[in-house]
Design a protein around this ligand. Sequence first.
Ligand code: GDD
Ligand code: MG
Length: 370
Amino acid sequence: MQAVILVGGQGTRLRPLTLTTPKPMMPMMNRPFLEFQVNLCRRHGVEEIILSTAYLPEVFQSHFGDGSRMGVRMVYVTEEEPLDTCGAVKNVERYIRGTFLVFNGDVLTDLDLTNLIAFHREKGGKATLYLTRVEDPTAYGLVPLDRRGRIIEFLEKPSWDQVTTDLINAGTYVLEPELLERVPEGEPYSFERQLFPQLLEDGVPMYGFPSEAYWMDIGTPAKYLQAHYDILRRRLPFRFEGREIKPSVWVGEGTDIHPEAAVFGPTVIGPGCRIEAHATVSSNCVLGPECRIGEGSHLEGAVLHEGCRVDAGCVLRSCVLSRGVRLGERVHVSDRAVLGEGVRVGPDNDLRCGIRVWPGADIPPETLKF
Ligand code: GDD
Ligand code: MG
């Protein structure tokens, strides 16, 4: 089986994190996110993955290379101009040899792909879409089914008055290659707004595969954080790295935790970190490699990428610090605040309410207060 993973989006809803790293390569539990999808594919017998890139393509290639380290064959195809979701697949048509899988590159799931493929073959449709249930379908593609599981409509980003079901497109498809004959070459074309509605209009059989598997689109800061919390709470399988020094507290090599610091699980502290005296790293934290947490600082639900430095007396709650962020003393960061790469915050600032700070910004002492 072959899989095409769509990774060409700009990840605008996750800016400023995605200004320097494409969304599918963002650290998730200290691993590039895409490794989760690659591992899922490999576990279900996918041998070749075609990465459809458009934005910052070199980041993917330099990490995965030919894919052999992950046990798959990796092929890269880069669009000169973004071709949208379906145009992107048309653009890799020359590599497709039979029934194949398509993934949105920003979805975390432990779906049983083997079952999905078997269901597709059993129903004999031209396309099968993995569906999941969400509370607010308006941010997704709405997919009502008839009693036999056939898709009757596809409504991308519906308004509430169009919502007739809580089943949405989970962003994983099994497709027959002949569908691509209908797609124009070299121009933007969308699965969600063009191909799927057109197929339904033409009476082409498409089926939905609703599943209760874990599912999360990591495309906003709140969901990016939630995905970490869910993995920490083992809502989907994950091989934790490092040493489990107490239940659900995983610590990487060379990390130094002061005897008078406190660490509570579930939490992951990467390699080469230093946690100083009276600091507390509480539940739901993930610290990247080489982070330093100063004396008396308190962290809870915080995700820190590589090389962050937090000085004494800081409080971090439900926030994301990108690579190399530096916080002066007594800085508070909370409420889904997101700090871009290399941001420096002077002492006595308070960042909250979903504030987003541009990469490299320098906030002078006592500037942001509530
Ligand atoms: N190669 C390429 N070229 N990839 C693209 C392009 C493009 O021009 N545009 C978007 N992508 C990739 C993105 O990188 C992402 O992995 C995927 O296509 C989906 O794009 P998003 O921007 O994340 O779409 P969405 O989340 O608003 O909606 C989609 O996903 C939902 C589930 O998470 C739709 O498929 C919805 O129907 C679906 O419910
Ligand atoms: Mg998305």
